[in-house]
Design a protein around this ligand. Structure first.
Ligand code: IVH
Length: 671
């Protein structure tokens, strides 16, 4: 029989441990020491050993810390959520205006435009069926977002039911944001609770929406402005402004007061200038004006290119600047040993956000700016990125400013640095430098590389410190005992980590290539290589000449790849990975000697037999290459229905245009 005291204590412990897990894993802000945590955990295990009926799947003893295991479900947008092209000043906007009028609408008179504030938050889609809020999702990649319905339902401003009469089906698009005052209050509250503060209102909004516990979202001061629709059935509108008025009438928050319907580019630019003047007095951060062609019929005529509509543009404000003082220079050691300088600043508020560090990129930048410690500087913040130092104010110097010394030794391991004359950064030449090792492994396990979940900085630091991991191959030699020896590692978590590490052994070759951190081989280059080479061995045998023969590979990349596979240390590492069972999946699709070897195809228009992607794959399987734009180097243009400017260009350049039947014959498939 469980006694009441044990039962109650068990519940308390579960709650307490879960809270500490969140603080430690998700917020990087532990409140208690590891020893105190272990004591709580042991007490929990003791109670559970005595009363096994208390062991539920919810108990922290059965769970994987607070690692983001329960991800949000994917949610497909019925109509893709496009993004916007940017205009960075009035002149850019005039170009946009004349281009759409002249090139696409053959119109000399002014167009009607709707100007909306461009809020900096998180784009979401709300789906209402029969007037009821059924689903909410993030924008994601535009095609698939994350289902955040439960969280969105806690936002007071968002109605759960629409005011009748409503469309039977409606996808509403809008921006969820946090006002500047609310943001500061939230950060103060986070700070006093010992929780992590947010870098800017946008991150705070995004972080609040992605909470796994909707109760936390409910407490956050989230707001929304709706600015568009996806599917809409049952009611029709014939212009953007009518759509906004409809959304407003349905009870959705719309920033109608600050929306202007104007005629022609001059009036747009005047709205833009006025808003820029008022930017500092607004309760929220805006980064520009979204300008949309008002009439729906014209929008349809204009259509979209790649992933943005031709009928709208984001007319951006120049980045915010502020003046402050450089207090010191910090040094960061990257995974290739590059030592980059970072300016530590006297904290200054730039668009509602406190800034205390700025990137300096490299040592040439310091010379170019003639930067000294103690200098007054202008920093500039574009969006949510770390600000740049754009200018030094030498007139404010007092004479006490100190020159910035270039490092002679690595700040992490004290090894003398090596400075290659044609590089802008010095490098730590110690291949065993702990800072480099951890950065290399962090890169190896990262989401776009081998995607091993659960090995964060803290876990890696422990493994490295204990000598369990000295290179990426050691990850595959870790035993259950090695993992158990780590802080806060229970049965389930250790099991999960081992499974994750194991699963990564057979990732596609492109991921391994990227994960290895070969210089100049980014995600894209890795993909290109993996399509050409069936294995690492095949790639390793390649010469610089053979590599540069691949269209997208330049000299620098080719040389770096050849150097990598020639280095004895790397050869040993690759052998070790191989011995440990790492066997990447081949993705090679391009035949070295197919019927179309060396031929460049451009595919345009709508095909009736394949999607564009499928047609491109057929080209590559036959040894050819698919390109996005027509040039003199193009051999064939495969034109489907409604082929537009690419077809015209092909005709102008005299490139051979083929139809689907000819194409099928060339790639050797029957229709
Ligand atoms: S319209 C096809 N209107 O800006 C139209 N977007 O770069 C696409 N945004 O993802 C969006 N305010 O997050 C539109 N009034 C507004 C907006 C707005 C902010 C954001 C939105 C979108 C991004 C596009």
């Amino acid at each position: 029989m469980i006694d009441l005291f044990s039962q109650q204590r068990h519940a308390e412990l579960c709650e307490e441990i879960n809270r500490h897990n969140r603080l430690y894993y998700n917020q990087d802000q532990p409140e208690i020491s590891d020893a105190e945590y272990d004591a709580l955990f042991r007490e929990l295990q003791e109670i559970e050993a005595a009363f096994p009926e208390l062991v539920t799947p919810e108990s922290p003893s059965q769970k994987v810390g607070a690692l983001p295991t329960e991800k949000f479900a994917p949610s497909i947008h019925a109509i893709p959520m496009l993004s916007l092209k940017n205009a960075k000043n009035a002149e850019d906007f005039r170009d946009f205006d004349s281009s759409i009028r002249e090139n696409f609408l053959a119109r000399s008179t002014a167009l009607e435009y709707v100007c909306e504030m461009k809020l900096d938050g998180v784009a979401v889609e709300l789906t209402y069926v029969d007037g009821k809020l059924l689903k909410a999702s993030t924008r994601g990649d535009g095609f698939v977002g994350e289902d955040i319905t439960e969280n969105v339902k806690t936002i007071a401003e968002i109605p759960h039911t629409l005011a009748p009469p409503f469309p039977e089906l409606l996808d509403v698009r809008g921006e969820i944001f946090i006002e500047l005052d609310d943001f500061q209050a939230l950060n103060r509250a986070q700070e006093s609770a010992g929780d992590k503060t947010f870098a800017n209102p946008r991150n705070a909004a995004a972080g609040s929406l992605r909470q796994l516990d909707a109760k936390i979202t409910a407490k956050r001061p989230l707001k929304i402005f709706c600015y568009g629709v996806g599917r809409m059935q049952g009611i029709e509108t014939s212009s953007q402004i009518e759509t906004l008025q409809l959304l407003d009438r349905l009870g959705l928050p719309v920033n109608l007061q600050e929306t202007n319907c104007v005629l022609g580019a001059d009036q747009v630019i005047s709205v833009y200038r006025q808003l820029q003047e008022r930017r500092n007095t607004l309760p929220f951060e805006i980064d520009g004006v979204v300008v949309k062609v008002n009439e729906t019929a014209l929008q349809q005529e204009l259509g979209a290119v790649s992933r943005s509509p031709r009928w709208a543009i984001a007319l951006k404000f120049p980045p915010r600047q502020a003046q402050t003082i450089v207090e010191s220079i910090g040094l960061q050691v990257g995974r290739t040993g590059a030592i980059t300088p970072v300016a530590h600043l006297k904290p200054v508020i730039v668009s509602g956000v406190t800034v205390s560090r700025a990137s300096l990129h490299n040592w040439d930048e310091i010379t170019r700016l003639d930067l000294h410690i103690g200098d007054h500087v202008i920093v500039e913040r574009a969006g949510d990125v770390i600000p740049d130092v754009v200018k030094v104010l030498p007139e404010l110097r007092t004479g006490k400013e100190q020159p910035i010394q270039q490092p002679k030794v690595c700040p992490e391991c004290n090894t003398p640095v090596h400075w290659n004359p044609d590089e802008v950064v010095p490098r730590c030449s110690n291949p065993y430098c702990p800072a480099q090792t951890i950065e290399r492994i962090k890169h190896f396990v990262s989401r776009d590389a081998m995607d091993i979940e659960g090995l964060g900085e803290k876990q890696l630091a422990q493994l490295i410190e204990r000598g369990k991991v000295t290179d990426v191959a050691d990850l595959y030699l870790l035993t259950r005992d090695d993992l158990f020896a780590m802080d806060r590692m229970g049965d389930t978590l250790a099991e999960k980590l081992l499974t994750a590490i194991n699963a990564s052994k057979t990732r596609p070759l492109s991921r391994l290539l990227f994960a290895l951190g070969i210089r100049h081989v980014g995600k894209n280059t890795a993909k290109i290589l993996a399509r050409r080479f069936a294995s690492l061995d095949q790639l390793a045998e390649c010469s610089v000449d053979q590599l540069v023969a691949i269209h997208e590979i330049g000299d620098k990349v080719a040389k770096s790849i050849v150097d990598y596979f020639a280095s004895p240390e790397k050869i040993m590492l690759l052998e070790k990975l191989h011995r440990a069972g790492v066997q990447p999946q081949t993705e090679a699709v391009i035949q070295q000697d197919g019927p179309l070897t060396g031929k460049v195809f451009v595919i345009t228009g709508t095909l009736s037999n394949w999607s564009r992607k499928e047609a491109e794959e057929l080209v590559e399987k036959a040894g050819g290459r698919a390109s996005g734009s027509v040039s003199k180097k193009t051999d064939y243009v495969l034109a489907g229905e409604n082929a537009g400017s690419k077809l015209e260009k092909a005709e102008k350049l005299g490139v051979e245009v083929i139809d689907e039947t000819t194409f099928a014959r060339m790639v050797g498939v029957s229709l």
